[in-house]
Each structure stands twice: as C-alpha cells, then as structure tokens.
Ligand binder design. Structure first.
Ligand code: COA
Length: 181
C-alpha cells in the first residue's frame, strides 16, 4: 500500500471589484495567451515548472511521464475551450512559465493549476506577471470572484513561494486544512 501523505490544502479567493496591485516597473512583455500550436513547447516544460515543490506529487502519480500526461491533459483542455486560457511567459522563443484561467457562470472563475515558472527563471517577477495577466483577462470577461486551490507537502507551518505570490497579489485565504492523500 502506498504511504499516505500529510498535505495542506489552501483555498484562495480574489474579489476583482477590488483594485489589483499594479505590476509596477516590471513590464508585461513576453506574456501572452497560448494557442494549440504551443502544446509541444509546453509539454517540454510542464513538469519541470512545478519542481521541486511538487515532486511529492510526481512520485505519487508514478513518475515524470505520468505527471506530464496529467498536466498536458489539463493544458490541452484549457487550450481547446473558449472559456479557458493558458497564459505563457517566454524568453527568446522558450516557454518559461504558465498559468491557466477559466471562466465559470455567474461571474466566477478559477486559476487552473496555479502559476508555475521554471526554477532558473524564478524571483524575477514572472510569476506575478502571469497571474496578473490571468486575473486581468478574467476581470475583463466579467468575472468578479476567482478561486484557486493550492496543495502543499512539507509546508505545514510556513508559506510556500506560491502562497507568498498569491497573497502579494491580493488573494485572500478562505480555507486552510490538513488532509491525507
Ligand atoms: C510560485 C512561483 C510561480 C513564483 O514564481 P516567481 O516568478 O518566482 O514569482 P515572482 O518573482 O513574481 O515573486 C512573487 C512574490 O513571491 C515572493 N517569492 C517568490 N519566490 C519566493 C521564495 N522562494 N521565497 C520567498 N518569497 C518568494 C517574491 O519575493 C515576490 O514577492 P514581492 O513581489 O513582494 O517581492 C514559483 O515559485 C513556482 O513555479 N513554484 C513551483 C510551482 C508551484 O508550486 N506553483 C503553485 C501551484 S498551486
């Protein structure tokens, strides 16, 4: 039997009627909505962009190739649906990070599998730019309330980089509980 993992689940909420923080001097250059033509380039980086924070999940799902298949089924679904978008960040033709956004009915939406940036490109504001692009698109499409769920392992008593990012861009924690998987 597989070892059960003690995880922490955190739910975030944005009310887009409240002003979003400005991305400041950082420019939005290099951020755009992906198309189906980007699938192969996304496939190359999808797993690495979640490491090392999600290595527990990669192990649990049965390795990198299974993780890639799972992530690509999410990405492909989002690329095919008019009510969904994958925003990507590029650095000289290479995709270095991405963030999914989906509109639901009645003015609500969600941020797919959160924001992910390749380890070598983190802490330069790229994650913030991706999340702001996704929130901007949702807001301009008439969405008011946006949810996001983050699952963490090994961060029972401290915030993950993703939590720091979500909080710094106005996300409010609406649930925080421990779970086993
Ligand atoms: C979360 C993640 C997307 C952040 O990307 P990033 O490009 O480094 O983010 P930014 O540079 O825009 O940083 C955003 C804020 O978080 C802070 N931050 C980012 N990484 C941090 C770290 N390792 N430790 C402490 N603070 C951190 C930054 O200081 C910044 O705050 P500030 O603007 O107030 O200074 C990136 O760490 C990542 O891809 N992690 C793995 C994937 C993941 O777990 N995604 C969440 C899935 S739900």
């Amino acid at each position: 039997m597989k070892n059960r993992l003690k995880l922490r689940n955190i739910g975030f909420l944005w009310d887009l009627e409240e002003p979003l923080p400005k991305s400041g001097p950082k420019k939005k250059a290099g951020i755009r909505a992906a198309t189906r033509k980007d699938s192969e380039r996304l496939r190359k980086i999808v797993v690495d962009a979640y490491l090392p924070e999600w290595s527990w999940w990669v192990r649990q799902i049965g390795g990198k190739e299974r993780a890639r298949a799972d992530l690509m089924s999410y990405v492909s679904k989002f690329l095919r649906d008019r009510k969904k978008r994958i925003f990507v960040a590029e650095d000289s033709e290479t995709i270095i990070g991405f963030c999914g956004a989906a509109k639901y009915d009645r003015g609500t939406g969600t941020i797919g599998y959160g924001v992910a940036v390749l380890p070598g490109f983190r802490k330069r504001g790229i994650g913030s730019m991706l999340l702001l692009a996704a929130l901007d698109w949702l807001k301009n499409s008439g969405v008011r309330f946006v949810t996001l769920e983050e699952e963490t392992f090994g961060f029972a008593n401290q915030d993950t980089p993703a939590m720091i990012l979500y909080k710094s861009l106005g996300g409010k924690i609406i649930s925080d509980h421990h779970a086993t998987r």
